[in-house]
Design a protein around this ligand. Structure first.
Ligand code: PRX
Length: 654
């Protein structure tokens, strides 16, 4: 098809079978599905043995006796960092590049597996010197710089638990995460590079620890931005000083397969983010297996690049643990795609001859908007597999991605998963699956997905319903940090009965007559803005924490660029109405949300209203507000306590 007709492809129905050449050399073999179907648990045991090094081999695979609390490989012992580092060196691959790092400002660094192993051993000794012990929590608040990976691996190497907080989160968000996990140490940087400027990080850490009641004993500071920072003697210490003085000898010890590996906070339907807990052996098995098979990784020849920040689950699973466990060579990039010019990403792909590229639909759509002339200036012919993650990819973006970035030849894997699932759950396997734009398609081997109606029965294709995972999987979250009840209630209460446990993901999905799955987005009060998860209630809480706000309602409104955008409806307190003009109030509240949560949560629009639509029982009807925010005809208002409210709101906004 001529590429100039791409724009007219609103309803894509073509399929893209794998080429014979690709299939011939493909890592994933069709037998994987049959093997997993014949013995799902045994299949994962085989993967764990084949893909990983065990300090002590396991004899039990899955213990589901305390469902929904799973134990995988429970009597085995493993060291996750050893699997990502030392064993590659021991196998003679120490000179292989682990990563090429590009700083946004043009700085670069390359680490081989030997060099990375040495750095992590030193960092492990630094942590030990600072009193970090097995099981302690360490918060990491860093840009995408080599030290981020070194810090994460050093923490897990000594059996401690990291909680990485995305560098774009505010001091307040950092504080609540540090406090919830009772972190002993924070690892941060003076600043990082973003959009051509240094953004400060250390100041946010100082703010987060300011109340003096924190459990944090030390702050380890990487020098990156060279910006001025405040220093607290006795608490703050420079990374480079400690690293220079540290021994490069450190032997990795095996820890129980179920020992906690990391906590990663994510938004749910309630105001407070949840600390999703992942453990060691099962998680590493899942991410290593999926990274290898979904991306068709040939570690000797491929150069892999995942554009995610290490502060998100994609960065954990497919920048740090999956690729390094598989001995991949990858690219890391610190900054934004358009700095210092619109072709920065393509320039990086050209420079390092990237073969596998994994990014989010939001990024693809923003490149589409700029136009193909930018990527066309670069040689992208090294690319052979493209991936997508974080939100549904519309067929137009899929086709553009394949044609313009992939030269019309690369398979695209649309990967559905979540912070909670640890690794990819639904995706095509390149070389096997005939690809369908806009569909994540099929569960990976060893994962059991069902699409259920509200009543819990399986929907007949073609039909829509709710996505559930019907059997435990190795990368599954093991709980919510400090809140086992919330874990059971949030994920396992909707469809489980008796001894049958089904994980409810919170997503709607459609299944077509071929059995392929099309994701339809969240069915709860979670928004997806540029592939980032935000809770409507969390932003509402941030808004009402401002003294001028009486009430607030937040919805995710469809947005061409970001998938969804935050739109807020706010009632100003009557005694504050004269204090600011409406424009001033809007500006003040946008800033307030950025400070409370982070710039990613900043509302696209805030509407000052006199009333909010509520049912007779007082529940805000966000559905109606969403109609307004998306410029649609307002839906059924008959259940409202006061049916005129929506008319007043929409008249005002018009
Ligand atoms: O709604 C789904 C969407 O992102 C949610 C998970 O967000 P998070 O935990 O932040 O993890 C994002 C990266 C794995 C899901 O509930 N989502 C993720 N991938 C896809 C997706 N929606 C559609 N298609 C995808 N490929």
């Amino acid at each position: 098809m001529p590429s100039n007709s791409i724009d007219s492809l609103l309803h894509e129905s073509r399929q893209f079978p794998p080429s014979a050449e690709f299939a011939a050399d493909s890592i994933a073999k069709p037998e994987l599905y049959a093997e997993a179907a014949a013995d799902r648990v045994g299949f994962w045991a085989d993967q764990a043995r084949e893909l990983l090094h065990w300090h002590k081999p396991f004899t039990q695979t899955l213990d589901w006796s305390e469902a929904p609390f799973a134990k995988w490989f429970a009597d085995g012992k493993i060291n996750v960092a050893y699997n990502c580092l030392d064993r590659h060196v021991a196998a003679g691959n120490g000179d292989r590049v682990a990563f090429h790092w590009e700083g946004e400002n043009g700085d670069t660094a390359t680490y081989t597996y030997s060099e990375l192993t040495t750095a992590v051993k030193k960092a492990a000794n630094v942590l030990i010197d600072l009193g970090v012990e097995q099981g302690d929590r360490v918060a990491i608040y860093l840009p995408v710089i080599p030290e981020a990976l070194i810090a994460m691996l050093a923490v897990v190497r000594i059996g401690a638990v990291h909680s990485v907080v995305f560098g774009g989160f505010s001091s307040e968000s950092l504080r609540s995460r540090i406090d919830d996990a009772a972190a002993k140490l924070v690892i941060t940087a003076d600043g990082g590079w973003r959009k051509g400027k240094v953004f400060p990080l250390k100041g946010a850490v100082d703010g987060a620890l300011a109340n003096g009641t924190s459990t944090v004993e030390n702050v380890l500071v990487v020098k990156r931005g060279e910006n001025d920072i405040e220093w607290t003697d006795g608490r703050d210490t420079w990374w480079h000083d400690r690293m220079d003085a540290a021994s490069a000898e450190h032997e990795a010890e095996g820890f129980d397969a179920e020992s906690p590996l990391f906590i990663l906070y994510t938004s749910g339907t309630t105001g407070k983010p949840k600390g999703i807990l992942h453990t060691s052996g099962g998680y590493l098995t899942h991410v290593a297996f999926t990274h290898k098979n979904v991306f068709d990784l040939h570690p000797e020849t491929d150069v892999y690049w995942c554009s995610a920040d290490v502060g998100w689950i994609t960065g954990h699973s497919y920048v740090v643990y999956g690729p390094l466990a598989n001995g991949a060579t990858q690219v890391l990039y610190e900054g934004t795609p358009d700095t210092p010019h619109a072709g920065r990403w393509w320039e990086i792909i050209q420079k390092y001859r990237v073969t596998i590229f994994y990014t989010a639909p939001t990024a693809i759509r923003s490149f589409m908007k700029i136009g193909r002339q930018v990527p066309n200036e670069f040689d992208l012919s090294s690319l052979r597999v493209l991936g997508s993650v974080g939100e549904p990819i519309n067929p137009e973006a899929w086709i553009w991605y394949r044609d313009v970035i992939g030269g019309g030849k690369t398979p695209i894997v649309d990967t559905w998963w979540q912070t909670e699932t640890g690794g990819i759950m639904i995706s095509a396997l390149p070389g096997i699956t005939s690809l369908k734009p806009g569909s994540a398609q099929v569960p990976i081997p060893g994962v059991k997905i069902d699409i259920l109606g509200e009543d819990g029965t399986r929907v007949d294709p073609p039909n829509g319903g709710l996505l559930v995972v019907s059997e435990p999987w190795p990368g599954m979250l093991r709980g919510i940090w400090g809140d086992p009840e919330r874990f059971v209630e949030t994920y396992w209460s909707k469809f489980s009965s008796g001894n049958t446990w089904k994980y409810f993901a919170g997503d709607g999905a459609h299944v077509d007559t071929d059995g392929d799955i099309v994701l339809l987005g969240r069915v709860d009060d979670v928004m997806n803005v540029s592939g980032h998860r935000l809770s409507t209630q969390e932003i509402e809480s941030a808004l009402v924490s401002n003294h001028i706000v009486a009430e607030a309602a937040v919805v995710g409104a469809a947005d061409e660029a970001t998938g969804q955008a935050v739109v807020a409806f706010v009632i100003i307190k009557s005694n504050q109405k004269d204090a600011n003009t409406a424009d001033e109030a809007v500006a003040l509240l946008k800033k307030h949300v950025s400070e409370q949560i982070g710039a990613i949560a900043r509302p696209r629009q805030i509407f000052i209203v006199a009333e909010l639509p509520k049912t007779r029982s007082g529940k805000i009807m966000r559905r109606l507000l969403q109609d307004v925010a998306e410029g649609r005809e307002i839906g059924d208002t008959t259940t409202l306590a006061d049916t005129s409210v929506m008319q007043i709101i929409s008249d005002k906004l018009r």
